[in-house]
Write a protein that binds this ligand. Structure first.
Ligand code: SF4
Ligand code: SF4
Length: 392
């Protein structure tokens, strides 16, 4: 008979929308070949998934129609057998459009469920990003370059079928490898995609994550007031004014006050790094940043507020000085420390850190161009990730 299996795909809106759709659709097509029924759907259909705001797709597979309809009484599953993060930087947490406060990537993963992540990082490094859970679960890492398979531009980089091949490995009760490969062949009519799925099946590493492993930070929670406790009308509290920056003995510049709960960084796959020695104080980054993320330092340079930055890259594009602002893969960072404070504490060490960041840049996926491309790239990237790898 079997039971109902829930799969969640977490992706960055627009940039990875096609990828998420392909995965959820592939799950259902393969499950049907195994005699089951299923449905694939997105949580959002339009504007909330603009830009890189994290969004979700789901695939629910049940042994028969009655079971499927029963599970669909709830719009989205309360817990998942598999949660897929199509980009390793999503493991730091996601703040979507429809809720308030950062949520762990593994929030819905049930006991012994599995979190599937595409990454060139080792599993241990990904565990460090993920919030702790009170029970063991599994982490499956597909050796892959995070993909931008978007709404407007479809990067056919095989990430979709690689994830599908891995699903057959980590959740055989959902679908067999044979059924998955047959569904891929029928849907895409491409033997190379079938090969990619099989390779992912063979190469994916799976490890158990214990309750004492991972990010110990307590996720943001809130309690909805009952209707008798609600205030009359609606009030939006104003933001307080900002204040000068203070570092050591230096006081000056301006740091605006920001919403302490709303963390826009979960939209980000890349983070700007500022080389303060090169900055000519032209103000362009500060003026052009659509999210007002820069604090003015006492030296009138501009310091990134890493909680507020959505990673759009506008600042790096408008900065007139070569290599003064560089976009770096978010996976290279372990905290949100002020770059300027770090620079002031030790300018020489900061310069070395910036150089390391630039040297350790890892590629984002921009398409499948030739046979064997991924095997070459991933081996190279993984060899690089063994060292300091540009990490903090
Ligand atoms: S990447 Fe640059 S311009 Fe974009 S939100 Fe971040 S600081 Fe602002
Ligand atoms: S755009 Fe570049 S040079 Fe201009 S203030 Fe910003 S960091 Fe400095």
């Amino acid at each position: 008979m079997g039971r109902t299996v829930s799969v969640e795909i977490v992706y960055r809106g627009i940039f990875q929308k096609t990828l998420a759709k392909n995965i959820s659709r592939g799950v259902v097509l393969a499950a049907r070949r195994g005699g089951k029924v299923g449905i694939a759907f997105g949580r959002y259909g339009d504007s909330p998934e603009r830009n890189g705001v994290p969004a979700k797709n789901f695939a629910i597979v049940a042994p028969d129609q009655d079971e499927l309809e029963l599970s669909m009484a709830q719009y989205e599953p309360a817990e998942t057998d598999v949660t897929i993060a199509v980009d390793d930087t999503l493991c730091k947490g996601v703040e979507s459009w429809a809720w308030y406060g950062l949520q762990p990537i593994n929030q819905k993963v049930r006991p012994d469920g599995v979190l599937v992540v595409t990454s060139t990082l080792p599993a241990d490094a990904i565990v460090e990003f993920c919030h702790r859970k009170p029970f063991p679960y599994r982490l499956a890492v597909i050796p892959a370059i995070p993909s931008f398979s978007g709404l407007w531009v479809y990067k056919n980089d095989h990430t979709d079928v690689r994830v599908l091949g891995t699903l057959a490995k980590v959740c055989p009760e959902l679908v067999s490898l044979e059924a998955m490969l047959a569904a891929i062949k029928e849907e895409w009519k491409d033997d190379l995609k079938v090969t990619s799925a099989r390779r992912a099946y063979e190469q994916t590493e799976v490890r158990v994550v214990r309750p004492d492993e991972g990010n110990p930070e307590v996720p943001y929670t809130f309690t909805l007031p009952g209707w008798t406790a609600m205030r009359e009308g609606v009030t939006v509290e104003g933001m307080p004014l900002g204040a000068p920056m203070r570092v050591g003995g230096e006081v000056g510049g301006y740091r605006p006050a920001r919403n302490p709960y709303f963390k826009k960084f979960s939209t980000r796959t890349m983070r700007p790094v500022v080389d303060f020695e090169k900055c000519v104080k032209c103000t362009l980054c500060w003026l052009q940043c659509p999210d007002g993320c820069f604090d003015v330092t006492p030296e009138q340079t501009y310091d990134l507020n890493a909680d507020a930055c959505c990673g759009c890259g506008v600042c790096a594009a408008v900065c007139p000085v070569d290599d003064c602002i560089t976009m770096v893969n978010e996976a290279a960072f372990t905290d949100h420390r002020s770059q300027w404070e770090r620079y002031k504490a030790d300018p020489a060490a900061y310069a070395a850190w910036v150089r390391g960041m630039l040297a350790g840049q890892s590629e984002r996926s921009h398409g499948f161009r030739y046979r064997g491309q991924y095997q070459e790239q991933i081996a190279k990237l993984r060899a690089g990730a063994g060292g300091e790898g540009g990490g903090e």
